[in-house]
Design a binder for this molecule. Structure first.
Ligand SMILES: Cc1cc2nc3c(=O)[nH]c(=O)nc-3n(C[C@H](O)[C@H](O)[C@H](O)COP(=O)(O)OP(=O)(O)OC[C@H]3O[C@@H](n4cnc5c(N)ncnc54)[C@H](O)[C@@H]3O)c2cc1C
Length: 474
């Protein structure tokens, strides 16, 4: 498929000076994603700098029925930001201004291309806190975070991106701009339209700016690395910590011993913080703004949990360097798995109480399917969101052979997830990775409604086609 030359020249003009490239070398890094799973194609990369330029681009695409794919930091893990042949790629990276930071009103208005870490830094300078935190925060953008409804490690306390969005500015498929950017805490003037675009993965509109909630900066932060005998004990510890702190736990991350061993073996400057190995670990963090003496509370809680067998050992970080070292263990898990051959990944959620049964049953099913396969379930236990990664057997077969079983492994894991009332995509979205699975796992009436919304907001199907919903299929 090719794009008509006159459409290309109109789009280049609309994107403004320095707002486009047709050089394959410049475009190439935007066509592959982080895991190297998808290779896209596009003859034209547009990089507009203003909302008005985005609006002009969209109007032309709509008129010419030219598909367009928005891209932020290109850190998405389901291939949503990767274009198919004949599609225009729209980078929002030059819409990168923080339009307003209102410390008194506890909000910030950031354009879509602002890097998440940059917003965190600017909030910090104003003595405020923006709590969204992902391992990709140095590259991912606010527009991408909104469009994937990003989660990360602080969801337990502060919610997903959806909970952090007060308002949005969105360019519709036909180029109209909808201004929903008021930073109000309360606004019951009809349907809450901004919600439609959060988590829509660029299929319903292009997010150009977001008004976001800020929070008081945490004063005290307590980070503990805790050994627990099993996942059920980890959940008991979560409840004990939440009760003891009055809900101040912000992160509660589960790690299995095999995962920690992979990190210690392959990631430089890491060491086991505890003397004896344990089957499971939790990285827990709690924060407070005022004079709560959080460390004392957490220490008492850990001592009590040790007394009743829920905890076997624990260490609390005593410096920022130690805290960073503990987080490095957690954040290196995915990378460490790369050195162990192929890894088949899942981003699933089940009710928190069902996590122990999920991990046990999925483990049995996977090992029955591929004897010797090594499940490494880890992640946001406090949200019931487990990154259920499966590493290839240590001594059997090639990586390619193992990865060829991706869909078979998905099928047995999803089967357990669905039986437990869970979701096959907890935080990464649908993109192209799970687009074929969605109709099998979602209520048919919900799929019909999604199709109706898509048809209303993008009647000609130009916005990121083939992502989230397959065109013309149920
Ligand atoms: C190491 C690593 C760790 C990660 N950890 C987490 C995690 O803990 N939690 C989590 O939720 N995710 C995580 N992710 C996934 C990813 O970082 C998030 O999905 C992030 O929100 C994507 O932002 P981005 O700017 O890179 O978007 P992109 O990857 O560029 O795009 C993602 C999707 O949003 C659409 N899009 C982008 N910008 C816009 C816009 N302005 N308007 C409309 N649509 C748009 C794209 O078309 C695509 O469908 C991780 C990724 C990596 C590589």
């Amino acid at each position: 498929m090719s794009i008509q030359p006159d459409v290309i020249s109109r789009l280049k003009e609309a994107a403004g000076p320095h707002g486009f490239t047709e050089d394959p070398q410049d475009i190439a890094p935007h066509l592959v994603e982080w895991r190297g799973r998808y290779q896209g194609r596009s003859p034209l990369l547009l990089k507009p700098r203003t909302t008005a330029e985005v609006a002009r681009v969209l109007a032309i695409c709509n008129e010419a029925r030219t598909p367009i794919v928005p891209q932020g930091g290109n850190t998405g893990l389901v291939g949503g930001q990767i274009p198919f042949d004949g599609e225009v790629l729209l980078s929002l990276s030059r819409l990168n201004r923080i339009r307003k930071l209102d410390a008194l009103g506890m909000s910030a208005t950031a354009e879509a291309g602002v890097i998440l870490a940059e917003l965190q830094r600017e909030a910090d300078k104003a003595d405020r806190y923006f709590p969204l935190s992902l391992a990709s925060e140095g590259s991912c953008t606010i527009g991408g975070n909104v469009s994937t409804n990003a989660g990360g490690v602080n969801v337990l306390r502060y919610g997903n991106m959806r909970e952090l969005v007060l308002g949005l500015e969105v360019v519709l498929a036909d180029g109209r701009v909808v201004d929903l950017l008021r930073g109000l805490r309360k606004d019951n003037t009809g349907y809450d339209l901004k919600q439609l675009f959060i988590g829509a993965e660029g299929t319903l509109g292009i997010v150009t700016a977001a008004a976001l909630r800020l929070f008081p900066k945490p004063g005290e932060r307590v980070t503990a690395f805790v050994a627990v005998p099993d996942v059920k004990s980890a959940i008991s510890l979560l409840h004990a910590m939440q009760e003891a702190t009055g809900g101040l736990v912000s992160a509660f991350e589960l790690m299995p011993r095999p995962g920690l061993q992979m990190v210690l073996a392959h990631i430089s400057q890491t060491h086991d913080p505890l003397a004896a190995p344990s089957p499971w670990y939790v990285l827990a963090e709690a924060t407070s703004g005022g004079d709560v003496q959080l460390q004392d509370i957490i220490e008492r809680c850990l001592v009590a949990a040790t007394g009743n067998g829920v905890v076997t050992d624990a260490v609390i970080a005593t410096s920022e360097t130690q805290r960073a070292a503990l987080w490095r263990l957690r954040e290196s898990l995915s990378e460490a798995q790369k050195y162990e051959g192929g890894s088949i990944k899942h981003d699933v959620s089940v009710p928190v109480a069902a996590v122990p049964a999920f991990i046990a049953e999925a483990g049995e099913a996977v090992v029955k399917l591929i004897p010797g396969a090594r499940p490494v379930p880890f992640g946001h236990l406090g949200d019931g969101n487990i990154h259920y990664n499966v590493s290839q057997p240590k001594d059997g077969g090639s990586t390619a052979e193992f990865l060829a079983r991706w869909h078979d492994v998905n099928a047995v894991v999803f089967d357990v997830v669905l039986r437990m009332g869970g979701s096959i995509s907890a935080e990464h979205g649908i993109g192209q990775l799970k687009v074929a699975d969605l109709p099998d796992v979602k209520d048919p009436v919900a799929i019909e409604l999604m199709r109706s919304l898509k048809a209303m907001l993008d009647p000609l199907g130009i916005l990121n086609p083939g992502k989230v919903l397959l065109p013309g299929k149920q």
